[in-house]
Ligand binder design. Structure first.
Ligand code: FRU
Length: 492
């Protein structure tokens, strides 16, 4: 792996000669792993989604970006707008590390509307001569011409007393007439927490305190919090770091999940059920939510994780965002479904109906590298059902369903080169009900599997060869009656 010096990592890309940047972009374009309907960086590294909002008839979507290579260097916000969350217009970097308080990165943050204007609150990451971190929360206003004006000084200049400089990722929300910011934090005992601030004028932010939950020993840092009310339930999402694996749970390096219950914002307490992961696959982190034009709550995540090397790193780019998901609560449980507008990308529908049994069947003319596949399980007497996607002689990405255990498994051990270091090559989760449907989105180098109409999602980057396009099905023993519906997906 290429070694980056500190100077290289903290270089402003504006200082790099234009022809070098063009050459970098041209090189990245050549990659055989480029996605077709996911937001991905034109070069360098993408991480957290930032500043998500529907404002003035358009969606605004930004993400953390280091342009010069696949490494966590000096971070910018790269921005897109969209009318439908399927087609995205790129606008390049909008927030830049160009002031004293964000000299070492414009870190993650959120968007909000105030007085008919769009604002961003984000974390300024600064390092002093001794390379000590200083975190503050900053606000920038989006002007009529889409340029940004940063407020002259931080609105929250430092962490509250009793917390370390790991203090970041403000999510602003409004309740009544007041604005709140919920911020990821670490207390001086090195436990992850979230803290809340309140404002009426968005300039003065008053520290309210720490949100009390049952999770008092739950990792050393909580990143990227989000809070919202959905169908009468309060949901706090965050990304705890430092959680030990527990059976099928928490097997990735860091977690992204939520607690659901009731938040008392005056008393800063939350009654809640257990922490659940939002995704049971491999590559999902730092999700953020916003309200769409129809009033639905939409979630977008980073399809990647910190501190992991990915096969595209040597091509000087890494990661993408997930497809947007609609959130809802049904019978007290959080459901996630793909946004409906993705149907615009569908073409060439193929359907097939038949039995799967222990003799592997390759579906014809079913194949491809970018498609949506819906599998309805109409009857199931099999002990285990297997679906092999992106398959060739040497490769396949395996989805396995164990009927007795009601367990779905994604196995990427034969999917091509693997991200590393990653614990294990499969991820499993027990469904709430027997498997009735899988809705699968395959892009050139990713798979997103929605189980049982929103009950569970498993997301992973996979890096199969171009020739690995086959779709196969079989069972361990016994048979299953299946309906396949496949659509090719056009470029987003
Ligand atoms: C999460 C994170 C955030 C931070 C950003 C920096 O992936 O570490 O906590 O703001 O990435 O890029």
């Amino acid at each position: 792996m290429r070694e980056w010096t500190r100077d290289e990592r903290y270089q402003h890309f504006e200082e790099v000669p234009q022809d070098k940047l063009e050459a970098l972009k041209a090189q990245v374009k050549q990659s055989s792993y480029r996605q077709t309907f996911h937001i991905q960086p034109e070069s360098g590294l993408l991480n957290d989604p930032n500043g998500l909002i529907y404002f003035n008839g358009e969606y605004h979507i930004s993400h953390q970006w280091f342009p010069l290579g696949a490494v966590h260097g000096l971070k910018y916000w790269y921005n897109y707008t969209s009318k439908d969350l399927v087609h995205f217009e790129p606008h390049g970097p909008i927030l830049k590390p160009d002031t004293k308080n964000d000299s070492h990165g414009v870190y993650s943050g959120s968007a909000f509307e105030y007085d008919n204007h769009l604002y961003y609150m984000y974390t300024g990451n600064a390092r002093d001569e001794a390379w000590q971190r200083h975190a503050s929360q900053l606000i920038a206003k989006v002007n009529q011409d889409n340029s940004l004006s940063k407020f002259p000084k931080p609105v929250i200049a430092q962490p509250p007393e009793g917390y370390t400089q790991h203090f970041r990722d403000p999510k602003v929300f409004k309740r009544g007439e007041d604005y709140y910011a919920i911020i990821g934090a670490q207390n001086i005992q090195q436990s992850g927490r979230v803290v809340l601030y309140r404002s009426t004028d968005i300039v003065h932010w008053q520290f309210m305190g720490e949100l009390e939950t049952k999770l008092t020993e739950f990792g050393y840092m909580w990143e990227c919090p989000d809070y919202f009310n959905l169908d009468g339930f309060d949901i706090l999402m965050f990304c705890p770091q430092g959680i030990e694996p527990d059976g099928h749970k928490f097997n990735n390096i860091y977690q992204a999940g939520y607690i659901i219950g009731q938040l008392d914002v005056e008393n800063l307490t939350m009654n809640h059920a257990d922490f659940n992961e939002l995704d049971n696959g491999f590559d999902f982190y730092a999700p953020q939510s916003f309200i769409d034009e129809n009033g639905q709550r939409i979630l977008i995540g980073w399809m990647g994780l910190p501190d992991i090397n990915y096969p595209t790193d040597i091509e000087e780019w890494a990661h993408c965002l997930t497809i947007p998901r609609i959130l809802s609560i049904e019978n007290g449980k959080l459901k996630q479904r793909p946004i409906k507008t993705l149907k615009q990308l569908r073409s060439n529908e193929e359907t097939a109906l038949g039995y799967a049994n222990k003799y592997t069947r390759q579906l014809h003319p079913y194949e491809g590298r970018q498609y949506e596949l819906i599998i309805d399980v109409l009857e199931n007497e099999a002990t285990e059902i297997y679906f092999e996607l992106r398959s060739s002689r040497q490769q396949s990405t395996l989805i396995k369903y164990n009927t007795r255990e009601q367990m779905i498994t994604l196995d990427r051990s034969e999917s091509g080169p693997l991200p590393s270091p990653v614990e294990g090559t499969s991820r499993s989760t027990i469904l709430d009900t027997q498997l009735s449907q899988l809705q699968i989105f395959i892009d050139t180098s990713s798979i997103e599997i929605f189980c049982n109409n929103g009950e569970r999602v498993l997301t992973a980057r996979i890096f199969p060869d171009n020739e690995a396009t086959g779709i196969k099905t079989s069972t361990e023993s016994g048979q299953a009656y299946l309906k396949f519906t496949k659509y090719e997906l056009k470029e987003g």
